[in-house]
Design a protein around this ligand. Structure first.
Ligand SMILES: CC(C)(COP(=O)(O)OP(=O)(O)OC[C@H]1O[C@@H](n2cnc3c(N)ncnc32)[C@H](O)[C@@H]1OP(=O)(O)O)[C@@H](O)C(=O)NCCC(=O)NCCS
Length: 179
């Protein structure tokens, strides 16, 4: 079975309340992450018609602060499907209500995995790519997955050969004082 990216596309808007601000008057990053996780869950569950769990997030750069009173809009769509996993792309924008000025706050990719009633992973529907943008997003997800697994491999090797890498610490603000 296949579904289009439009079938599960979701958009939410929420006005940022003072109760979600930090001491500097900006909205907490953790609150935004929580909203993003909710929309990723909704989007992946809609595509898969299963409840989903968040397997990983790649990656969140907060490009611009969000102020109290701004209208935050999040747009989510399934960018990629594997067997039981889906990558949900989320774009976050905030709008100043008075001026109408819109800021891009971040774009992130949540990997969600569909879980069946027995608690095991389930195969999700494939994706029908109805335009070039959807194809580009799918290919970008493949590239991101490949570079993530290469990075994990490199880090694993680093731990195995730590002594060889200690030299590069010379240029950093650390003192080596192993006990
Ligand atoms: C995500 C989870 C279900 C994967 O379970 P698993 O036993 O490793 O299952 P599998 O090895 O069969 O992997 C299932 C799919 O998840 C993907 N996956 C697993 N871990 C992943 C990770 N860290 N990042 C991205 N994808 C991941 C696999 O690539 C696989 O994809 P595919 O089916 O499309 O090929 C399991 O690790 C889990 O339940 N994690 C906790 C999730 C959670 O509680 N999230 C909320 C955090 S508080």
């Amino acid at each position: 079975m296949y579904r289009t990216t439009e079938d599960s596309r979701i958009q939410i808007s929420e006005l940022m309340k003072p109760s979600h601000a930090n001491f500097g008057g900006k909205i907490h990053g953790g609150y935004i992450l929580s909203l993003m996780d909710n929309i990723a869950f909704a989007c992946a569950s809609k595509h898969s018609r299963s409840y989903c769990v968040t397997a990983s997030v790649n990656k969140v750069n907060f490009l611009n602060p969000i102020e109290v009173g701004e209208l935050v809009t999040m747009k989510a769509s399934v960018n990629y499907v594997g067997k039981s996993s889906m990558v949900v792309g989320i774009r976050v924008e905030s709008e100043n209500i008075r001026t109408g000025k819109v800021k891009h706050c971040n774009s992130s990719y949540f990997t969600m995995v569909a879980i069946g009633e027995d608690g095991k992973t389930v195969t999700v529907p494939g994706l029908i790519l109805t335009n070039k943008l959807a194809a580009k997003r799918f290919i970008k997800s493949i590239i991101r997955k490949e570079s993530d697994s290469k990075r994990s491999e490199d880090l694993e090797n680093l731990y195995k050969n730590l002594d060889q890498h200690l030299e590069q610490l010379k240029n950093h603000r650390v003192k080596i004082n192993f006990k």
